[in-house]
Write a protein that binds this ligand. Structure first.
Ligand code: DOR
Length: 425
């Protein structure tokens, strides 16, 4: 099967060029002006952008165990609808992704779905309970791409030190959910004005920042690499920036909701805006945006956390934490980072594809002849209103419902196969 994408703006990681692009089977076989080859399908991409398929290094696909929230199939469908050609899924499933049987199950389900590529992340500790290390090396050799106890922090510093010793010895990516649970102390929103007004228990920024500092200090002492998940505060940004200046091998990600929303969204006890770490304040949003621009934060991930409606349609303090993010991520990032002049398109592409691939050591050389045709075609001029009932994800939980965003994903190709095409909504 040959597909010719005509006259698109090809967004590389460092430049944009108008060209035709030919897909032959699974790979990009030609890029150039006026390609004349005959093809099975010709796509007119005039005024559209062609990106290397987005790679989300942090999603929750919920299977096995929480299929009422999401399955690997629905999550992978949401991924391609959002322009993601690959996702890395977190291990807070039931049973926890801490052994080869669950790992194999996730791999098989992903293959069966045949949509986005799914890279499993296994837990750092067995059962994510912080007590015994998982068999990290053997899980890595069986296909786990990284290790994380995301959803729950690794409680003791000694356990994190052990994990980072292994990670250093075998170059295993470790992704840290940074939260000091003693400081969180049952909180459910950012500690500040809105927590006070609504009478909700606050989570101080220190809960995140103490843990960010701990992971960085342990990694620095060992000379190990460490990756910080979902950065939400100005203080975390300062700590990471200082560590990078000192030569610590730290990388970090943030999410669309931390560059676009503040805790004002919890007004009226809106549980859709309940997420962990919590939405912060304008000064944090500004700091996180600046950190993306200056390279302090390396990656944009979604932390896609789908929930069933009954997990959110309840009292605020008992509602589940999390935002279903795959299907709004690109548009939120484009609207709040590129249209506002914080980033240009090639930089956004690097943050959503090249850099996560580099942290997870995934193939991801971008758009080039001979590379796999993992591609996303986007109409940047299209404005659309978020309607969660249209989501492919089972998780309709989004604080962006009703918001107008720019940039619609038109098509997503995985290994040369068209896995998604927008049907006009
Ligand atoms: O809001 C969140 N939801 N943060 C996490 O760290 C975990 C996630 C989930 O699994 O629902």
């Amino acid at each position: 099967m040959k597909t010719l994408i005509k006259n698109g703006n090809i967004v590389y990681f460092d430049k944009i060029e108008r060209a035709d692009l030919l897909i032959d089977g699974e790979v990009i076989s030609a890029i150039g002006q006026n390609i004349k080859e005959t093809a099975d399908e010709i796509i007119d991409a005039t005024d559209k952008c062609v990106f290397a398929g987005f790679v989300d290094m942090h999603v929750h696909l919920r299977e096995p165990g929480f299929e009422s929230k999401e399955t690997i199939e629905t999550g992978a469908r949401a991924a391609v609808r959002g322009g993601f050609t690959a996702v890395a899924c977190m291990p807070n499933t039931n049973p926890v992704l801490d052994n080869k049987f669950v790992l194999r199950y996730v791999q098989d389900k992903a293959k069966e779905a045949g949509l986005a590529k799914v890279y499993p992340i296994c837990s750092i500790t067995k059962g994510e309970n912080g007590e015994l290390l998982s068999d990290m090396l053997s899980l890595y050799r069986s296909g786990a791409v990284a290790f994380s106890d995301d959803g729950k922090p690794v409680r003791t510093s000694q356990m994190m030190r052990l994990a980072l010793e292994y990670s250093k010895a075998y170059d295993l990516p470790v992704l840290c959910h940074c939260e000091d649970m003693d400081l969180t102390n049952g909180g459910c929103v950012n500690e500040g004005y809105n927590a006070t007004v609504y009478g909700l228990k606050g989570i101080n920024r220190a809960s995140e920042e103490v843990a960010v500092a701990r992971e960085i200090i342990i990694a620095a002492n060992l000379g190990a690499k460490v990756h910080i998940c979902h950065v939400s505060t100005a203080g975390s940004v300062e700590i990471i920036r200082a560590a990078k200046k000192l030569g610590v091998k730290v990388t970090a990600e943030t999410c669309p909701h931390y560059i676009s929303l503040t805790d004002d969204c919890v007004a009226g006890f809106n549980t859709m805006a309940k997420v962990n770490p919590p939405l912060r304040e304008a000064k944090d949003v500004e700091a996180v945006r600046a950190a993306l621009a200056d390279g302090t934060i390396d990656c944009l991930a979604t932390d896609h956390a789908p929930h069933a409606h009954w997990d959110k349609e309840c009292q605020f303090d008992t509602a589940a934490f999390g935002i279903s993010g795959l299907e709004t991520a690109f548009a939120v990032n484009y609207t709040y980072l590129v249209k506002t002049g914080v980033l240009n398109l090639p930089k956004l592409s690097a943050l959503m594809t090249k850099n996560p691939c580099s942290v997870l050591k995934l193939p991801g050389k971008g758009i080039a002849v001979g590379e796999k045709a993992d591609l996303t075609v986007v109409d940047l001029n299209k404005a659309w209103t978020v309607n969660p009932s249209k989501f492919a994800s089972k998780g309709k939980n989004t604080p962006f419902a009703g918001k107008e965003l720019f940039g619609a994903v038109e098509m997503t190709f995985v290994d040369g196969d068209k896995k998604y095409a927008r049907d006009g909504e």
